[in-house]
Design a protein around this ligand. Structure first.
Ligand code: NAP
Length: 266
């Protein structure tokens, strides 16, 4: 609480904060900074989701135009600090943030949950990337739950022998780039019993997931565990080293005092 008091002290200057979003954690952080009158924050979305939840702070939508575009934005908007709260698989945006903040002399902190850890009884097949996940699906036809979002679906067309169940935030605009796929449109956070039921109704015998970490999307991992299903787990991509915390409270502490945690990259 002392940190919040420090932030709301009338003598402390206001801060211009950019939050790179697209995640449940970014939304939680936006809600927290909305309660701090001395933080003037904007939440940035890539624009992938058609109807993001209305944010409690100012927002903008769309790419910045690479590193140079982000540097310009930071300067034009007089941004003091950036919190990268993007998804751990949004590696390009995170790399751009590291580079642009260094050029513009803006402090950067990443808000990122640690990866999910394998537990006893789990049948994880760890792979390095989407291509390796596709390769891991070679073989006899199976019923596969693809809990990886929309962006990488086309790659799985290379394994057309399977029946797929795909969960998407928005209904697809056209035909999915994947033959033999059922679609469920739903927005997280999901719960364990609900995901267990989903997998059972579909008759899934394999799950594919990105190791996002956190609690918003962990239900499918727990459901696969409950049902004893094998799970192809895609490791996180590499991101340049930057200071990282894993809770909104730690971000708020940093905004109040500015103490940078140890640098971490994946
Ligand atoms: P990416 O590959 O790292 O980024 C591609 C480009 O999209 C970036 O270079 C940037 O364009 C733009 N961009 C990404 N995030 C942005 C943001 N928050 N605000 C403004 N521009 C952004 O990212 P991605 O994997 O396509 O993910 C896009 C968004 O979806 C991210 O915000 C991420 O948090 C969210 N998301 C991603 C996943 C996933 O599995 N990848 C899952 C859930 C949510 P410019 O170069 O033009 O600036």
């Amino acid at each position: 609480m002392s940190s919040l008091r420090a932030m709301t002290n009338a003598s402390s200057p206001s801060q211009r904060l950019l939050i790179l979003g697209g995640t449940a954690d970014a939304n939680r952080l936006a809600a927290a900074v909305a309660r701090e009158p001395r933080i003037d924050a904007v939440l940035s979305y890539a624009g992938r989701t058609e109807s993001p939840r209305p944010p409690p702070i100012a927002s903008r939508i769309g790419g910045f135009g690479g590193v140079a575009g982000l540097v310009n934005y930071l300067r034009e908007q007089a941004i003091d600090r950036v919190v990268d709260a993007t998804h751990p698989f949004a590696a390009q945006m995170s790399a751009h943030a590291v580079e642009a903040c260094a050029i513009a002399g803006v402090k950067l902190l990443a808000l990122e949950r640690g990866p999910w850890q394998r537990q006893s009884g789990d049948h994880w097949i760890d792979v390095d990337n989407i291509e390796a996940a596709v390769a891991a699906l070679a073989g006899t036809p199976r019923r596969v739950f693809l809990g990886i979002g929309r962006q990488n679906l086309a790659a799985f067309a290379a394994q057309p022998q399977h029946a797929y169940l795909v969960r998407l935030v928005d209904p697809p605009r056209g035909v999915l780039p994947l033959p033999n796929a059922d679609i469920v449109v739903a927005r997280g956070p999901f719960d364990r019993a609900g995901d267990r039921g989903l997998l059972q109704r579909f008759g899934a015998d394999l799950v594919v997931a990105k190791n996002a970490g956190g609690d918003a999307a962990v239900a499918k991992i727990e459901a696969a565990r409950d049902l004893g299903l094998p799970l192809v787990m895609i490791r996180r991509p590499c991101v340049p080293a930057r200071p990282v915390v894993d809770s909104v409270d730690q971000v708020m502490e940093w905004l109040a005092h500015g103490a940078a945690p140890t640098e971490r990259g994946v």
